[in-house]
Design a protein around this ligand. Structure first.
Ligand code: GDP
Ligand code: PGA
Ligand code: MN
Ligand code: MN
Length: 637
């Protein structure tokens, strides 16, 4: 069947429709699809309906092609291996396209005095691209990039379909792996067409994804994973509510509902509409008294969100349930209560380090209906990654993520450090009954944290909202394998959002500060560090994982107004002994909570230069003031 579709600029495109009824789509969607059919030149259009038959059909195709490997030792699970050049998000190829540079990134001191925006080097808080350069770059990539391939049209909702805080999207892709993953990570259903139809102005976020491998193929395909790794570009157009991702199949670059839409584009929507789109888990904790509280926590990628969100408490009497593990959309309701929804539908979790001891809930969740990417595969058709050594027979024969035969103890790694499991949230044994509630859950505490090997205590609490916003703005962490940065060095990652800001970070902080309004109950703000090292042994000072409940227990007491804190220069610290460490051997409290003066003096100065160099005049004065106050307090150490 071929439909004739009129382009927005006039002219007609002939669209061979492999599946679905093109002319029944909302008019704006028809125009959107037609525009990209015209540009990308696919051989046909396939309108996804989200059904199980569709899933089966697509999975079968991928298995036939060799991209998906069915795991015979697990239930409805698949593994795949990417091109080794396409294993993580690529921040230096991720751009925000706006008229002026200052809309996207702050003009820190380092970037002042240039004649032309386009001459200014990229900063650390996002990459700006001008419209004209974006047009050129896309013109050299997109035309004909789907030739010989089918264009799939995926209707999806971030948040429960039709919910007051939810948003619709339509993703175009030529990569079947993306369809299966989007079905897990977002809500893919034709009901989205109705939601778009019924919304004012037929609103949806336009997501365009192509792997950039038209047929006949010009390059050798590695691991049946076609891409154009040399020319990856992920461009966001906040004003147009559009994302164009070229050349990569890796999750963070290709599942456009996640980082691109739910963080970068959504942060702009949130600014415009008065809410917050954040890189945060959402969890519920029920304490010994049976009272439930909800927390949102922002840690940079691969710094512990998924683990915390579904942790198994190590002390009796507590219950943790997960609402989300990566992204929170939060707004104050009419009673002044901050409420959060998880816009996602699944977990895209870091595999290495996950095991039956550290995160039994994630292990249990990922036993069925899961897509594993870049993990090791055992000969009996199960998965293996670093951290599972004690949980399988040491003689098990394993194929590594690069396809080598391997055994535990041999050189090299079985799994890529950024290998992932992708699994529906609904099958998590501790998923919260309200996780899909369209109004979200009430947040009592916001937690910031990162990997800080030195100087930073296990936990402290901000004095107030402003101080808390400064703590978030000053967030730092060791780089991880989640993006292309060299792992190990401590780098700034403000609000754990550095790779995900959709607009000028200085303005983003203004927006955070503006949340403080009369009649609102502001959540308490905490900072945690599970990763402080014993400077003598190089081992973690804190056991982490399920034992982190002990720290949350202290936070709950603080929220309840209990007198369990002492004032310190950096914020409220736990009174000695006020965190339950019963049953833990050798917890070195003094070292865990010490505040080395020299370290903090240096840290404050370094943060000040970072703010000045990178944010400059765009930084709200209130944040500079808070930092200055911190500096004065640290001098008294
Ligand atoms: P996310 O990317 O922020 O969701 O981080 P994950 O929860 O997936 O964790 C990333 C890595 O950090 C995994 O290898 C975890 O095993 C490890 N990790 C998570 N929580 C802790 C903790 O409390 N202590 C320690 N030492 N490692 C942790
Ligand atoms: P993560 O999510 O935060 O769980 O690592 C993916 C990412 O941020 O790249
Ligand atoms: Mn993330
Ligand atoms: Mn995670």
């Amino acid at each position: 069947e071929v439909d004739d579709v009129t382009l927005p600029e006039g002219g007609v495109v002939h669209v061979p429709v492999v599946k679905g009824f093109f002319l029944e789509l909302p008019l704006k969607v028809q125009e959107f699809v037609a525009t990209y059919v015209d540009l990308l030149q696919p051989k046909g259009v396939y309108i996804c309906d989200g059904s199980e038959e569709e899933e089966q059909e697509i999975a079968d195709k991928l298995v036939d092609r060799g991209l998906l490997i069915p795991l015979k030792g697990m239930e409805k699970c698949f593994a795949c291996r990417t091109d080794p050049k396409d294993v993580a998000r690529v921040e230096n190829k991720t751009f925000i396209v706006t008229e002026k540079r200052s809309e996207t990134v702050p003009t820190g001191k380092k970037y002042e005095g240039y004649k032309d925006d386009t001459e200014i080097p990229h900063g650390m808080l996002g990459r700006w691209m001008s419209r004209s350069v974006a047009e050129e770059e896309m013109a050299s990539r997109l035309p004909g990039s789907m030739r010989g391939r089918v264009m799939y049209i995926i209707p999806f909702s971030m948040g429960p379909v039709g919910g007051p805080a939810s948003k619709s999207g339509v993703q175009i892709t030529d990569f079947n792996y993306v369809i299966l993953s989007m079905r897990i990570m977002t809500r893919v259903t034709p009901e989205v067409w109705d939601a778009i139809e019924e919304s004012p102005d037929q609103e949806f976020v336009q997501c365009i994804h192509t792997i950039g491998a038209p047929r006949p193929l010009q390059r050798k395909v590695i691991n049946h994973w076609p891409d154009d790794a040399e020319h990856i570009m992920i461009a966001h157009f906040p004003l147009q509510r559009r994302v164009i991702s070229y050349g990569s199949g890796y999750g963070g670059n290709s599942l456009l509902g996640k980082k691109c839409f739910a963080l970068r584009i959504a942060s702009c929507m949130a600014r415009d509409e008065g809410w917050l789109a954040e890189h945060m888990l959402i969890m519920s904790v029920t304490d010994r008294k049976g009272v439930e509280k909800f927390f949102a926590a922002a840690f940079p990628s691969a710094c512990g969100k998924t683990n915390m969100a579904m942790m198994t408490p190590s002390i009796p009497g507590f219950k943790v349930q997960v609402i989300g593990d990566d992204i929170a959309w939060m707004r104050f309701d009419s009673n002044g209560q901050l409420r959060a929804i998880n816009p996602e539908n699944g977990f895209f979790g870091v595999a290495p380090g996950t095991n039956w001891k550290t995160n039994p809930v994630a292990m249990q969740t990922a036993q069925k209906n899961t897509i594993f990417t870049n993990v090791g595969i055992t000969d009996d058709g199960k998965v293996f990654w670093e951290g599972m050594e004690k949980e399988i027979d040491p003689n098990t024969s394993i194929t590594t993520w690069t396809g080598e035969k391997w055994k535990i103890g041999m050189e090299g790694k079985a799994a890529h450090p950024n290998s992932r499991f992708c699994v529906p949230a609904s099958q998590c044994p501790v998923i919260h009954p309200l996780w899909e509630h369209p109004d979200g859950v009430p947040i009592s505490g916001i937690i910031f944290g990162g990997r800080r090997p030195r100087g930073v205590p296990l936990v402290f609490e901000s004095f107030d909202w402003k101080h808390g916003v400064m703590i978030g703005a000053a967030l730092k962490s060791e780089a991880t394998a989640a993006a292309e940065h060299k792992a190990g060095g401590v780098m700034h990652d403000p609000m754990a959002m550095r790779p995900f800001f959709g607009y000028n970070f200085g303005k983003y902080l203004d927006h955070w500060l503006s949340m403080d309004q009369p009649g609102r109950q502001l959540p308490k703000i905490f900072h945690v560090n599970w990763f402080r090292l014993d400077q003598k042994t190089g081992k973690f000072l804190w056991p982490g994982f399920g034992d982190n409940i002990r720290v949350v227990d202290w936070m709950i007491k603080r929220i309840d107004g209990e007198d369990v804190a002492v004032e310190s220069p950096v914020g409220w610290l736990p009174k000695k002994g006020s965190i339950d460490t019963s049953g833990l051997d050798d917890v070195n409290w003094d070292e865990l909570f010490s505040l080395p003066k020299e370290y903090w003096m240096e840290d404050v100065e370094e943060t000040k230069s970072f703010f000045e160099d990178e944010v400059g005049k765009d930084m709200p004065q209130a944040v500079y003031d808070e930092l200055e106050k911190l500096k004065k307090r640290v001098q008294t150490l």
